[in-house]
Write a protein that binds this ligand. Sequence first.
Ligand SMILES: [Zn+2]
Ligand SMILES: [Zn+2]
Length: 137
Amino acid sequence: MYCTHCGEKLEERADICFNCGNDPKSGSRCCPDCGAQTTAEMQQCMNCGRRLKKMQQPNQPLESDKSKAAAGVLAVTLGAFGVHDFYLGDKSRGWTKLIATVASGGIAAPFMEIWSVIDAIKIFAGRRDDADGLPLR
Ligand SMILES: [Zn+2]
Ligand SMILES: [Zn+2]
């Protein structure tokens, strides 16, 4: 590999660059695979095409890739079938609604719909996270 600070060729397992003294993997000025010059903004190396790891921003709050709008609309429109629960990864709640609606021949559907509208209100109020506990975007 190459030092991502100075482009020096290093042993594969090197923890410190003997040329510049930095952690060879922590920089953004050279490609670790071919040593070509890169910038912090580049997504991949122009020379070899390697994907460059973006610098991590630990202070950024984690966020679900699922949106409030999509989950809320699904809850209002298809909530009786638990579609929004499946969307949020909450399969057990989704199956509960789906089975209740289908097994009752639709009789339970209005009740599941009411439950889903309550879900939608919680979703839009930002009080419902996805199954991983991440806030919806
Ligand atoms: Zn170096
Ligand atoms: Zn490269």
